[in-house]
Write a protein that binds this ligand. Structure first.
Ligand SMILES: Cc1cc2nc3c(=O)[nH]c(=O)nc-3n(C[C@H](O)[C@H](O)[C@H](O)COP(=O)(O)O)c2cc1C
Length: 369
């Protein structure tokens, strides 16, 4: 590195540190105290505010994205990603804030999870912050406005697959409607795929949320084979020659044996890649007073998941040639670097973004390859 580059890098590092300190010391304490500390109400406010902020024109968003340091893109499954860190599913379930993510420095956003039918999700409270541990426990249960509403919202903004109308590629996560029995799951996912295939740059099949009864059983042998084949075939029927790429998101609680079987099934079905991982049912890593949350049902995310998710990514890369998006416990740029080193081509963040804000995105954008 030349002296000039060194100075620029140091200056840039200072900006990132300043952003981080500002978020952690000023924004976050206020945020976390609002609504009497009700984590879900705060989250809803944040997404609504970003929805308004995101209505600024895309060129302005692009300028701010460059201020947030996005510069290293990559191409995966034929999609050009302008940056390597994306919004993880669940953060913007209904795509309300979809126009804001590029401006915050993200290189892509995975909206959803949406289901074929709109549904309210589980009763509240269903979101708990495990602050001492840098974690979140949630049992939201796919509360969402449904695939059709998301399709209409994106259409209203001119979003079509491949046109980067929001400045970044859009992934959409689809899941099973709760009231649909497991033996109707394939048709349920197909309904969502048909509604969204011309809006999404990729679709993610969510079969790994712990909060819809029986959902994770779709990761098993024959069920997964049937589901993945049906979706890949339908995508090809809808867009002959240029089907929407389909990714599969897996749970961190799979044994290696079960994971290897998932990988083989995905390869045989023509799945484009993996997303690893969703939240965990394990409760190790809850520290100090957070131990009281251990009995809350739901999935744990954030720092307690960092090592497990990275190990899963490493295993996938070792066992399969499918590309991987790494997600789970990326709280710092160093965690993202470790995820890239484990073989992830892209990363996603949720909990780390809630705890550390846009500085985390900027820090990851500044990593050297
Ligand atoms: C409140 C909350 C809601 C989530 N909702 C979804 C979802 O709808 N679909 C999904 O695939 N993952 C969902 N996730 C999982 C995240 O996308 C991610 O896989 C997981 O939290 C691990 O990443 P993290 O440690 O950066 O949060 C959710 C996570 C949280 C904390």
């Amino acid at each position: 590195m030349s002296a000039g580059e060194q100075a620029r890098a140091t200056g840039s590092e200072l900006v990132t540190r300043g952003l981080l300190a500002g978020y952690q010391q000023v924004v976050r304490p206020g945020l976390f105290r609002a609504h009497g500390g009700d984590a879900e109400a705060i989250h809803e406010d944040l997404i609504r505010a970003l929805g308004v902020a995101g209505s600024v024109p895309v060129p302005v968003a692009r300028l701010s994205a460059s201020a947030l340091g996005r510069r290293q893109g990559t191409t995966l499954a034929g999609i050009r990603f302008p940056g390597r860190v994306g919004v993880a599913a669940g953060l913007d379930k209904n795509g309300v804030a979809a126009r804001a993510w590029a401006g915050l420095g993200f290189g892509f956003a995975e909206l959803g999870t949406v289901t074929a039918q709109a549904q309210p999700g589980n009763p509240r409270p269903r979101l708990f912050r495990a602050k001492e541990s840098g974690g979140i426990i949630n049992r939201m249960g796919f509360n969402n406005e449904g695939a059709q509403t998301l399709a209409d919202r994106l259409a209203g903004w001119g979003v079509e697959r491949g046109n980067q109308a929001l400045g970044i590629p859009v992934g959409i996560s689809i899941g099973k409607t709760k009231v649909t029995p497991l033996d109707g799951a394939v048709e349920d996912y197909l309904t969502s795929l048909r509604l969204l295939a011309d809006k999404a740059d990729y679709l993610a099949i969510n079969i790994s949320s712990p909060n819809t009864p029986g959902l994770r059983s779709l990761q098993d042998g024959e069920a997964l084979r049937e589901l993945t084949r049906a979706l890949v075939v339908e995508a090809a029927v809808l867009n002959p020659g240029n089907p929407v790429p389909i990714f599969v998101k897996v749970a961190p609680d799979l044994t290696w044996e079960a994971l290897d079987e998932v990988l083989q099934t995905c390869e045989e079905a023509g799945i484009s890649g993996l997303i690893a991982t969703n939240t965990t049912l394990a409760r190790e890593g809850l520290r100090g007073s957070d131990a009281r949350l251990a009995t809350e049902a739901g999935g744990l995310s954030g720092a307690p998941l960092t090592v497990r998710s990275r190990e899963m990514v490493a295993r996938i890369v070792q066992q399969s040639s499918l590309p991987v998006m790494g997600v789970g416990g990326i709280m710092t740029p160093a965690d993202a670097q470790a995820m890239f080193d484990a073989g992830a081509q892209l990363v996603q963040v949720y909990t780390g973004f809630i705890y550390n804000g846009p500085a985390l995105v900027r820090g990851i954008n500044q990593l050297h390859r």
